[in-house]
Design a protein around this ligand. Sequence first.
Ligand SMILES: *[C@@H]1O[C@H](CO)[C@@H](O)[C@H](O)[C@H]1NC(C)=O
Ligand SMILES: *[C@@H]1O[C@H](CO)[C@@H](O)[C@H](O)[C@H]1NC(C)=O
Ligand SMILES: *[C@@H]1O[C@H](CO)[C@@H](O)[C@H](O)[C@H]1NC(C)=O
Ligand SMILES: *[C@@H]1O[C@H](CO)[C@@H](O)[C@H](O)[C@H]1NC(C)=O
Length: 303
Amino acid sequence: MCLKLSFCTLCLLFAFFSPIWSQETSKEPPKPSSSKDFYVPIGSSVELPCGEGVDKGLEWKRNGSVVVSGPVLKLHNTSLEDGGIYTCYGSNENPIESYHLQLGYAPSTPEVKCWAPRYPLNAVCTWTLTPDPILPTHYIATYWYVEDDLPAVRLCLRQSEQDKQCVVEIPDAASHIPILLNITAVNALGTTTHTLSLDIAELVKPDPPVNLKATLLSGQKVQVQWDPPPTWPDPVNFLLSYQVHFYWGKHNLANILGPYESTSMIRGGLVAGRTYYIRVSAKDFLGNGQSSEWSDPVNITAI
Ligand SMILES: *[C@@H]1O[C@H](CO)[C@@H](O)[C@H](O)[C@H]1NC(C)=O
Ligand SMILES: *[C@@H]1O[C@H](CO)[C@@H](O)[C@H](O)[C@H]1NC(C)=O
Ligand SMILES: *[C@@H]1O[C@H](CO)[C@@H](O)[C@H](O)[C@H]1NC(C)=O
Ligand SMILES: *[C@@H]1O[C@H](CO)[C@@H](O)[C@H](O)[C@H]1NC(C)=O
């Protein structure tokens, strides 16, 4: 009897848009506490049958409330609110089937962004999925050197499998060898992969300079000083160049001075009574990659 029930349960189970079973049908009639995970794409339709031959007195309940009397539970154009635990009870109030319906999306192709704030040590890549798959999703992040004869697949390092950020470690002198990065997203509804080619040197993007200070000097001058971004590993051997942005009044009144190799500069010709906002950005000295974002501004009022 038990075997027959589970066989028929299997052959009757039917759902549109191929939802995916994560567990096999057990031979014992399941209790509500052992509901099977059932993953459904949002917007799809679902039919859940309950026990063949015993179509009298069957009821589907959700959280203890009857949702339908009869053997088949049908949901159309499902939305997130349809998620939950559905249990089918026989006339003797015995639970026959129980499903944990979970709604979401198969992963879309990850959109990947990489930069190298700690050049030449490593590059950081992050990715986003639109729409959010909602269901638990894990990621596999790997890379290899394009020019290797027998490319060895390396792991792009992460804190956890759910983390949407990874770190490519660059061995000495390999920063001009292109790599292929493979970001694969996996959940109960599907798998997608984005493979992209990266030239680490083009990814160089320092973090902004820090400890920005402006000091008025006599003769309508200002001295601006700053420190290199603390994340840049070796400002002595891997020089940075800096630009200094002055703006005042409306933001369209502005000028950008530089590049400077040192971490200070002096500007003259200030107008008395005018408040100047000053910020600094850094770029790899050899011109690799992009400028950092601007630092937070400081302001100074000329007297
Ligand atoms: C069902 O119960 C769960 C857990 O108690 C709750 O999170 C969910 O919102 C409930 N759903 C409905 C439709 O009442
Ligand atoms: C499905 O439901 C959504 C809202 O939940 C609605 O915008 C859409 O028009 C519906 N589609 C169909 C085919 O009924
Ligand atoms: C990307 O990684 C996934 C998961 O490891 C793998 O199945 C897939 O074959 C890889 N794609 C390429 C193009 O190497
Ligand atoms: C100028 O900078 C000081 C901090 O140094 C800040 O408190 C003040 O709000 C700034 N003034 C303007 C007008 O932004």
